[in-house]
Write a protein that binds this ligand. Structure first.
Ligand code: 4AD
Ligand code: MG
Length: 477
């Protein structure tokens, strides 16, 4: 007989004589009522034990966390809170659970406690909802790009070039760390390493995606990226997933249009398709907000915030305008910022980005045309000779959610820039080739998937939106 899942039983439109489910016990009350969950839904199916059919000894083996196989009739529920329930006529304990030591008890646990139990935390309502939403968002990402005619490209995870400068890298090596081969100069001789050169885990698939965009037209990557920066914040991971579209013939304006349309689409998708989990997370956030002092509370609930983003245009503001706003701002004048903005050219810190988004504009903002000196070498130089066609997308509560640019397509300008920054041409000969053979205007951006999941779920810490987070001093599991 076909196994039912809890979701379809909860959504049933009629009673059924025989149904069969497998799942884990959320709670077991009065030696009679089992709340069973199988991951298909936030909600549990109530299973009522029929004492005439089930042996008492078997019931002793049922605890929170046990895995069960249940057969019975789906009937209209006598109790409140659910439409249908199962009257259990056959029960098999597939896996017992030790009630003394099972950490996921039916009570509220802190997120910090659950981080230590990352292998079991997904059995809680909160993490179940977050991870179902994460999965739905990933699906929506692929759906959006497929519908728009993009190709999905898998760029390498081990990279031989460390020129992008997006962050500190993790080395990949098979050399014996205790006794590495040394060259004549006393330095480690990577010629004897696995790849015959120094290699690292990639910080971004962009440069390779550019190569593919210059043939397939519209491409995107969606894969893991790695950064060894020692930033212990609620928005940084050492291993995170990035979505990087790259489009031939798109200029920066088209790039902004794409990014805005894309983000709205995936948020719309979860608003349409994940209502139950979103409502739960909305209430969770509301409770959390209630515990904060009034002035720190978010003025909008989670669902309201998502709707606000999908229904309104992102505000597009040049870096220069943003600097003027910041120079005139109260926290800058009163030196309340940790980094006071002195003049045009300053790099924006997250405190400035959050001021612009949360206090000044009160909506998502796309900042563009940054000073060349604070952005990567590959960004297209503007005619003013001092700004580049860069863009950062800033979101309330998150800060930077995506960053991108129009790419420098002119060979000489790119070579000049690399020379200025001391990037050897040999290292990126293939990247320069793209400017020699059919070069064209092109643009792209990278969106941090976990920051998107954070925004969509209202989770305050990025460690709670990826199954097994990697952060400094933490690679358990
Ligand atoms: O701004 P970033 O460094 O841009 C790039 O890597 C470009 N190559 C992207 C491109 O144009 N194709 O990173 C892009 C995004 C950030 O906006 C942020 O959302 C996310 O990646 N991100 C991180 N997310 C989690 N943990 C970290 N340590 C992150 N660093 C960046
Ligand atoms: Mg960035």
């Amino acid at each position: 007989m076909k196994l039912h899942n809890v979701k379809e039983l909860l959504e049933a439109t009629a009673t059924m004589d025989v149904v069969e489910v497998k799942g884990w016990v959320k709670t077991f009350r009065s030696n009679r009522f089992i709340a069973l969950n199988d991951g298909s839904s936030l909600n549990n199916i109530q299973c009522v034990v029929d004492f005439n059919e089930i042996e008492e000894n078997l019931l002793k083996k049922i605890n929170t966390g046990s895995a069960l196989h249940i057969k019975g009739a789906l009937v209209e529920s006598q109790g409140r809170g659910q439409k249908y329930e199962i009257v259990v006529s056959q029960l098999e304990v597939l896996g017992e659970s030790d009630p003394e030591n099972y950490p996921i008890q039916p009570k509220k646990h802190t997120l910090e406690f659950l981080r230590e139990k990352a292998h079991l935390r997904v059995r809680t309502n909160t993490f179940g909802a977050v991870m179902r939403l994460r999965s739905a968002l990933a699906f929506a990402v692929h759906q959006y790009f497929t519908k728009e005619g993009f190709y999905y490209v898998n760029t390498p995870i081990i990279t031989g070039s460390d020129a992008e400068g997006a962050g500190e890298m993790f080395r990949v090596s098979t050399l014996d760390p205790k006794n590495p081969p040394l060259g004549e100069d006393g330095a480690i001789d990577y010629k004897q390493d696995f790849f015959g050169k120094e290699t690292n885990l990639t910080v971004s698939g962009q440069l390779e995606a550019e190569a593919y965009a210059m043939a397939l037209g519209k491409v995107y990557t969606f894969g893991p990226t790695f950064r060894a920066e020692n930033s212990n914040t609620s928005r940084h991971l050492a291993e995170f997933w990035m979505i990087e579209p790259e489009v031939a013939f798109n200029d920066l304006d088209a790039n902004m249009d794409l990014a805005e349309d894309f983000i709205k689409y995936v948020l719309d998708y979860v608003l349409e398709n994940c209502q139950e989990d979103l409502q739960f997370l909305d209430q969770r956030l509301e409770k959390e907000e209630q515990s904060k002092p009034k002035q720190d509370r978010s003025p909008m609930g989670l669902i309201e915030k998502l709707r606000f983003v999908t229904d309104n245009n992102f505000k597009r503001v040049s870096y220069s305008e943003a600097i003027d706003i910041l120079l005139q701002s109260k926290p800058n004048k009163k030196k309340k910022f940790d980094y006071v903005i002195e003049a045009w050219g300053a790099d924006l810190q997250s405190e400035h980005e959050r001021f612009l988004v949360e206090k000044h504009f009160k909506c998502p903002v796309i900042l563009f045309d940054y000073p060349a000196s604070i952005k990567a070498f590959y960004m297209r130089l503007n005619d003013d000779g001092k700004t580049v066609r860069a863009m950062d997308i800033l979101f309330p509560g998150i800060g930077e959610i995506a960053g991108g640019s129009q790419r420098e397509e002119r060979l000489e300008v790119l070579q000049d820039k690399m020379a200025q920054l001391g990037i050897p041409e040999e290292e990126l000969w293939w990247y320069l080739d793209l400017r020699k053979f059919g070069s064209a205007v092109h643009s792209g951006f990278g969106l941090g998937f976990e920051r998107l999941v954070q925004f969509a779920t209202g989770m305050g810490n990025i460690r709670d939106v990826i199954p097994f987070p990697r952060t400094p001093l933490n690679a358990e599991f």
